[in-house]
Design a protein. Structure first.
Length: 353
């Protein structure tokens, strides 16, 4: 005590030093302790922290008393603050050596109010990140902050108790804890929904479902923005292996009755030509290669190129040498790998097995 029975003046530096010593002691006993430590002069910086404090300050029951806790928060006097569903517990360093224990109970959001808020959010929130960042339309700001009908609790939904001997309706330690909640919401807005026993995912579920439905509808209409599969590997630099495409056999056309054509040369004339030149009189044209023979030839060509490549070769390199398109080459590569004739040196580069 100081002169004339008044409490001795304690400087801000002394208060902070006392709080720091006590915090160090508490951390030795409990490593899970969570103090409220401000970064700068502002008690709250984000929409959630500022809105929490604004909500408390605008009620007449609190406006004249809650300000008593600002200096305690700024002096790092809130040594521990734990937020659980419907309950907040804290330790606040006061004039005594032992911190005061504060318990604040907050009711869950009224079911009818929560239902109305969910309906108001339909189609207006695209993601949880948008919600937690406080980046939403002004209309939602007004709905969330509506006195007695919004997300934030009114005095009648808050009950508190402190172990200090102060019999005031709201002591400094309770006020400091309430401001401490605003600081904590700055760093983790999701704690607000935990405290009020509300599922924040409910506010964006309908909006996400609407957006998903629209995307699915658009997906049915292929546009020029859709990347072709054959170009995907080149765009992203990855090796997309495709199964061998089995071509469907075309139905054979019914045979027509063939008419015997009159030979160009008679047998006797052919014999004369052979005897004179040693060669047949009529030239025999090469038959057109069948699809099976053509595919085999392509397979052998690609496999041979890969076999002769020293350091390996890519699809682009094979394309330059053969003129085949990427899809044909990948089908052949896939088949050759299945047969164990080639393997990957690395992604997109092939060498003999």
């Amino acid at each position: 005590m100081g002169y004339w029975g008044y409490p001795r003046y304690v400087s801000v530096a002394e208060k902070r030093a006392k709080a720091a010593r006590k915090l160090k002691q508490l951390r030795k006993k409990n490593s899970d302790i969570k103090p409220i430590l401000l970064e700068g002069k502002a008690i709250a910086r984000t929409w959630w922290g500022k809105s929490w404090n604004l909500n408390l300050e605008r009620y007449a029951d609190y406006s004249n008393r809650i300000g008593r806790g600002r200096s305690y928060v700024r002096n790092d006097a809130v040594l521990d603050l734990q937020i659980d569903p419907g309950k907040v517990e804290s330790l606040v360093q006061g004039t005594r050596s032992k911190p005061y224990a504060v318990v604040i109970k907050i009711k869950a959001v009224n079911k009818m109010i929560w239902k109305a808020i969910k309906a108001a959010c339909e189609g207006k929130l695209d993601s949880l990140q948008e919600l937690l960042a406080g980046k939403f339309p002004k209309a939602l700001d007004e709905i969330f902050m509506a006195q007695g009908q919004g997300l934030f609790p009114s005095p009648k939904e808050i009950d508190f108790n402190c172990s200090c001997p102060d019999w005031a309706y709201m002591c400094k330690h309770v006020a400091a804890t309430l401001y401490g909640i605003g600081v904590r919401l700055d760093k983790d807005p999701g704690l607000f929904f935990k405290l009020r026993k509300a599922k924040m995912k409910d506010l964006v579920t309908q909006a996400v479902e609407d957006k998903t439905r629209k995307l699915l509808e658009k997906a049915k209409k292929k546009t020029t923005r859709v990347i072709d599969e054959s170009d995907l590997a080149d765009v992203f630099g990855i090796d997309l292996e495709e199964p061998v495409v089995v071509k469907k056999k075309r139905a054979k056309a019914p045979k027509r009755a063939s008419r015997r054509k009159k030979p160009l040369l008679s047998a006797s004339k052919k014999a004369k030509v052979r005897s004179a030149t040693g060669k047949p009189g009529a030239k025999t044209l090469p038959k057109k290669a069948s699809p099976k023979t053509r595919d085999r030839s392509r397979f052998d060509t690609v496999a041979g190129i890969i076999k002769r490549s020293g350091r390996g070769i890519t699809v682009a390199g094979i394309r330059e040498k053969t003129g085949l398109d990427d899809k044909q080459i990948r089908n052949i590569v896939y088949k050759a790998k299945k047969q164990g004739r080639i393997k990957n040196l690395k992604r997109g580069v092939y060498i003999p097995a």
